[in-house]
Design a protein around this ligand. Structure first.
Ligand code: ZN
Length: 420
């Protein structure tokens, strides 16, 4: 219900007006109507574009999507014909604590990513913690995951949702440890520092079983050795043996497995496959050839695998979408789904789609002046970066007018407060 309607007093007595104006923002969040959207990308690969020009948001939730909607709202955003996409969900990031990364001794990276359209980050492990022994012993790995999860549940830099506390799987964990992380709300575990010479003892498979029984997803660092220098090579044989849910950075993070093995994973398994900005671009094209033949677009996820040795890339997700759209022969709206709805689904999270009943995490963007593109989606198709005008997370406007990390969009949304 619109809080303003609720507070409209009969006869508009001065007292009523006073209360309406002072109480307007006192209860809950302001409702928002976004109108005059050009293209609306749903994030759902089955139906990536929706013929609608309006979105109505109340209490941070998308309540209605339609055409020419005109209901009263506390805040009205005139999108002026630009494109709406779901907020980007980075499938592979490395937060540590707070809006700081020891990987590059840099501040405010999460805020910068938000200005690049990222509204949620999936942690692939808080493994950049200064002084963390690598590989960590089981108690250290478990403690780190629990502390990280509790901290990230309590902190959202610039509104960004950080799904942190990803447990780094090492030999020696017990089933009760999986009970503990499940009780803490951790929904992802990762193989990176596991000793694969131990695979014959069946412990790794038990980890996967224990995780699945508790609704926890399993990711593996695939390909060559990581920057840590202590991870082991994981090609098709190890991946198939462990049978995770998600093959982390299959195209390299930074080094991919051989091309033939990438194709085998696409053709011989149903696993999700991640493309990361820190990887091998040639392998992205090989992967997408195999994906196209197999019809497996629903299994492709986009992430950055940053911060790390590749640095901090606020526009990383946008650049990967543009690469897939312009060089990888993927429709731009489908590439956006790989960076939004696919990532949410793969990780068992209800984020990444623009539909009724879902959280209002979205981005409004348009072509940048001077681009040969017609609009935001066409910018991706031409390989150009689009300009971001608005970022909204849980119905709250985090970027209004223009992003600090992209050139300004040719058309910017206009935001009006109607209440008071
Ligand atoms: Zn990584």
């Amino acid at each position: 219900m619109d809080i303003c309607d609720d507070l409209r007093f009969p006869g508009n007595f001065p007292l009523g007006l006073f209360l309406q104006q002072t109480l307007c923002y006192s209860f809950g969040m302001p409702s928002v109507l976004i109108k005059n959207i050009g293209a609306l990308v749903t994030g759902d690969l089955k139906n990536p574009l929706r013929h609608a020009d309006s979105i109505y948001v109340e209490d941070g939730i998308i309540r209605a999507i339609g055409n020419g909607m005109s209901q009263r709202a506390d805040v009205v955003i005139d999108a002026r014909g630009i494109t709406a996409i779901p907020g980007l969900v980075d499938s592979h990031s490395h937060p540590t604590f707070g809006d700081f990364t020891p990987a590059q001794n840099a501040l405010s990276w999460i805020t910068h990513y938000m200005h690049g359209g990222v509204t949620a980050l999936i942690s692939a492990g808080e493994l950049h913690l200064p002084g963390l022994p690598l590989p960590p012993d089981p108690k250290t790995a478990l403690s780190l995951a629990l502390v990280a999860k509790r901290c990230w549940d309590n902190l959202r830099p610039s509104g960004v949702k950080v799904h942190g506390g990803t447990l780094l799987l090492v030999p020696g964990l017990k089933e009760k440890d999986f009970d503990e992380i499940a009780a803490a709300g951790i929904r992802l575990v990762k193989f990176i520092f596991y000793d694969y010479s131990l695979l014959p003892n069946g412990e790794a498979e038990r980890y996967v079983k224990w995780a699945r029984e508790r609704g926890i997803k399993v990711k593996i660092h695939s390909g060559g050795v990581s920057r840590s220098g202590v991870s082991q090579v994981a090609g098709v044989e190890v991946v198939k043996r462990i049978n995770p849910d998600i093959v982390g950075h299959i195209t390299g993070g930074p080094i991919p497995m051989p091309e033939k093995e990438v194709e085998q994973i696409v053709n011989e398994t149903d696993l999700y496959v991640e493309i990361c900005s820190s990887g091998n671009s040639r392998m992205v094209l090989s992967l997408m050839c195999a994906v196209k033949i197999k019809g497996a677009f629903h299994r492709v996820l986009i992430g950055t695998d940053t911060p790390g040795g590749t640095g901090i890339i606020p526009r990383g997700m946008l650049r990967e979408i543009a690469f897939l759209s312009s060089v990888g022969e993927v429709a731009p709206e489908a590439a956006v789904c790989m960076a939004t709805g696919n990532v949410g689904r793969a990780h068992g999270l209800s984020i990444g789609t623009l539909e009724e009943g879902k959280v209002a995490d979205l981005v409004l963007l348009d072509r940048i002046q001077g681009s040969v593109a017609k609009d935001g989606l066409d910018a991706f198709a031409k390989g150009d970066l689009p300009g971001i005008s608005v970022v909204m997370i849980d119905g709250e406007i985090q970027v209004a007018g223009r992003s600090q990390q992209t050139p300004p969009p040719e058309r910017s949304a206009v935001i009006e407060k109607t209440c008071p």
